[in-house]
Design a protein around this ligand. Structure first.
Ligand code: F6R
Length: 244
């Protein structure tokens, strides 16, 4: 694991944006496959990529993207759906073709079949070249909550009470937060060729310590990233507070 301690959240975002830029250039017209996360952690990175697109001509025209997860029961256009979120905060502001920004269908009549279909579609696209991840305060990545199997693939999961509480800030009340999601599994995530995890703020310090220095354990799902050959963890000084 490569650990980069940035001075603040802006600098952390610039480091992650650099990694994305490298992959976009390396894949060129073959088209990079981007793995995108939602939540607040990647927002500054997306902002930085948008400004590089506008000011320096960084192009996503040959890229495609797969989201990590989606709420079950929300339409793609629902204000809080992750599909809508990614378009509003990132992909709608760069030149990536909208129809190539893919997410699990939260309204699929058979969510289990949708999970299998979505997982297969990532493989059919050749796999993810670079995956950006945030981390939950309890060590989740995607919505793989503690005790998730390291061998898991995209599937239906129930959110923990803590995650529902954490996500309630985006809804008018915690009663409105869907409790079921479709999420890429830990094995699916691990198949990405490069992974960049970004964590900022002291609320993430303990999860970062457990991920980086703890034992590889399902109690901290992100700790499985210790086994991946190309992971970069980018943290600000607050999130790095508990590292030895
Ligand atoms: C989002 C996702 C989650 C978040 C995590 C951290 O697509 O899969 O794992 O990355 O919950 O959320 P924030 O960044 O809002 O603290």
């Amino acid at each position: 694991m490569e650990i980069i301690i940035a001075k603040d959240a802006e600098q952390a975002a610039a480091v992650v944006a650099d990694r994305f830029e490298e992959v976009l250039h390396a894949r060129g017209e073959d088209g990079a496959v981007l793995g995108l996360a939602t939540g607040s952690s990647p927002v500054l990175t997306y902002r930085e990529l948008i400004s590089r697109h506008r000011e320096q001509g960084l192009s996503f025209a040959h890229a495609r993207a797969f989201l990590l997860d989606e709420y079950i029961g929300l339409s793609a256009d629902h204000e809080q759906s992750y599909h809508r979120f990614i378009r509003d905060t990132f992909t709608g502001h760069v030149d990536i073709p909208d129809e190539l920004v893919l997410s699990p269908d939260g309204e699929a009549p058979d969510p289990r079949a949708e999970a299998v279909r979505y997982d297969a579609s990532i493989g059919e696209a050749g796999g993810v070249d670079i995956q950006i991840l945030g981390i939950g305060a309890n060590g989740h990545i995607g919505f793989n909550e503690p005790t998730s199997s390291f061998g898991s693939r995209t599937r239906v999961k129930t959110l923990t009470e803590q995650t529902v509480r954490d996500n309630a800030r985006f809804f008018s009340s915690s009663d409105e937060v869907p409790i079921h999601v479709l999420t890429q599994g830990l094995e699916t995530i691990r198949e990405a060729r490069r992974i960049v995890l970004i964590a900022t703020g002291e609320g993430k310090a303990r999860a970062v310590r457990d991920m980086v220095e703890g034992p590889v354990s399902a109690a901290c799902p992100a700790s499985i990233l210790q086994m991946h050959p190309a992971v970069t963890v980018v943290v600000d000084e607050s999130a790095a507070r508990d590292l030895t």
